[in-house]
Design a binder for this molecule. Sequence first.
Ligand code: GUN
Length: 322
Amino acid sequence: MWCFSRLPLRIGHASRRHGDRRFVATVVSGNKTARLVKQRLAQQVEQMQTQFSGFRPGLVVLQVGDRDDSNLYISSKLKAAAEIGINAKHIRLPSCTSEDQVLRAVLALNEDPEVHGLIVQLPLDSEKPMDQELITNAVSPLKDVDGLSCVNAGRLSRGELRDCFLPCTPQGCMELIAQTGVPVSGQNAVVIGRSKIVGAPMHDLLLWNHATVTVCHSRTADLPLQVSRADILVVGMGRAEMVRGEWIKEGAVVIDCGINYVPDPSRSSGKRVVGDVHYASANERAGFLTPVPGGVGPMTVAMLMQNTVISAKRSLQDRTRT
Ligand code: GUN
């Protein structure tokens, strides 16, 4: 069963307006929800520090190479950690590092008692052949706050939600769905995308929260038809503005995990970020809609912090038990 984080914020029922004869979706703000999660975590960390003489949760982000997008994501993780009081460390290995050296770094961090959460930033930006699966699976399941190891993914797929780390993006999506007040149980949920980091675990989380789940992918025969059946739609396919409002069931909850850059000559950067859902047309059909940016993105970071704090708490429980 999904365990909501008891956030006080709950957005009102869809304020669907008829004024100009157009429906308008209620915006589900990830920025606002993430802020509340981080405030709650900061309080918990403060309590841990007081109770366990200066103890702080520790998070390591291990990066191979120097991709611009990864650098950006990592800096937002480090910033969130600093706000909460998590001791976060960024270890960057050069792109010439061998697979063996990366594995050895992971194994050493597994043994470090001050590290409660360890993530390997993906994709790996390596000059040498590297088995991403081997490396993510080398992270101890007890520190795998990304929830990407086979052990954690397997437990999630079997519905053992309390015994695993839930992957951060799907977990953030569930929090955002919870904010709408729309129950998951009994609904038709459609997930677009079957990646290990978003689509597959999203399917599992919705399923074990008793939705009837359809997963669509690049070979799905009639995507608009599948989308039109969704009471809850989660999109993580990595195609800019692919899902059109006309496909969406009126009043549906639409969660957009996409982060795509499209050219925009009106911006000084020459580009802007859009989701996988065409926002303007979806806004006229959906009941609830997440924005991009400011929707799922900040929630992913907040859930990583939450998993790290959970891991740190478990280590304290082990300490007091022994
Ligand atoms: N790259 C993009 N998103 C993620 C994430 O959530 N975790 C890791 N490890 N790498 C990513």
